[in-house]
Write a protein that binds this ligand. Structure first.
Ligand code: APR
Length: 311
């Protein structure tokens, strides 16, 4: 009997639940939120789509952590988006309190689970969930790299007018300004991207990817992206639940890979039943390796901000 919990029944959380249910590889998906009735109503609606779409996974909507007991994987999406007038530290303070409380509840009921964090600011929230849970670091993972890589692949496919499924794109590092694109690993229809596109075009696509979330927010005006983000989170959950060993860019704990230690960073890693089953060290150009080191230092500096929060 496999069980996954998604904390937060907002846009990101509920779409992740829907994707997981429709994949039909999990027995039960629990959706929990603090808003009374929201997860219950969404769950009922989703369950009624089962006869139409032909899948069996049952979704349970709840406000009670007892219903999450014994989950194999827990995805944490709970948190607020940044509002006008709110500083970065204000947002950090609000979401850190939410993620801390949520993690304590999750761990009390599912002491053996794998936690996947998506709440922003991602690097800090992943670090916080790992610290609060006391779990071995491989059992706490953040989602960012899958999304950035998917965004870059989409932009490449549009630019060169090639089937999106023939594009391979890899981004490492952090989410946002210190995202590290890895052109040397990107391929277009089996050819190295660097042979198909000039440096200027690659830079343009990378810049658009770095600002990929903001571009969508500017269109939506309220709220942020959730279709591609939920696809990325669901892919991570499925790899853990099916113990597939699939390799993907995720925010994982570094233990000396690329000469980097003691920080959560976006790298290629294999995911399986225990969470991260191995970080893959790929050959990077000098510039890419320097970018990764810079991203690691930036995350370390951001994590230090957590100490200023009065929990
Ligand atoms: N426990 C459970 N749920 C909570 C809690 C809590 N302590 N606090 C807030 N929530 C819920 C809210 O009630 C809301 O339903 O989290 C949900 C957040 O949903 P949205 O506002 O729609 O935000 P969403 O777009 O889903 O993004 C969630 O993911 O990408 C990140 O930056 C984004 O941090 C944000 C998170």
């Amino acid at each position: 009997m496999s069980k996954v919990t998604v904390v937060g029944a907002g846009k990101y959380g509920s779409t992740t639940v829907q994707r997981l249910a429709e994949a039909d590889v999990i027995d039960e998906v629990v959706m929990i939120d603090i808003v009374d009735g929201l997860p219950q109503g969404l769950a009922l609606d989703m369950n009624q789509s089962r006869p139409v779409l032909g899948y069996r996974t049952l979704v349970t909507g709840t406000n009670d952590y007892a219903d999450t007991a014994g989950s194999d994987v827990v995805v944490i999406t709970a948190g607020l988006p940044r509002k006008p007038g709110m500083s970065r530290m204000d947002l950090l303070g609000v979401n850190a309190k939410i993620v801390k409380t949520v993690t304590e509840e999750v761990v009390a009921y599912s002491p053996d689970c794998v936690i996947i964090v998506v709440t922003n600011p991602l690097d800090q929230m992943t670090t916080l969930a790992a610290d609060v849970s006391g779990f071995p670091k491989e059992r706490v993972i953040g989602q960012a790299g899958m999304l950035d890589s998917a965004r870059l692949a989409h932009f490449i496919s549009e630019k060169v007018d090639v089937d999106v499924l023939l594009v391979k794109a890899v981004t490492l590092g952090s989410h946002g300004p210190t995202m590290v694109p890895v052109p040397s690993l990107c391929e277009i229809d089996g050819k190295p991207m660097t042979e198909v596109l000039d440096a200027e075009t690659i830079d343009e696509l990378v810049d658009r990817t770095r600002g990929g979330g903001a571009e969508i927010v500017a269109f939506l005006k309220t709220g942020s992206a959730y279709y591609a983000p939920s696809a990325a989170a669901a892919a991570m959950v499925e790899a853990v639940i099916t113990d597939s060993g699939a390799e993907m860019p995720v925010c994982a704990w570094m233990t000396g890979e690329y000469g980097i230690d003691g920080v959560y960073l976006g790298v290629l890693a294999k995911l399986g039943a225990g969470g991260v089953t191995g970080v893959t060290e790929v050959a990077l150009t000098e510039e890419e390796a320097a970018g990764l080191l810079e991203a690691a230092n930036a995350v370390k500096a951001k994590v230090a901000d957590l100490e200023e929060i009065d929990f």
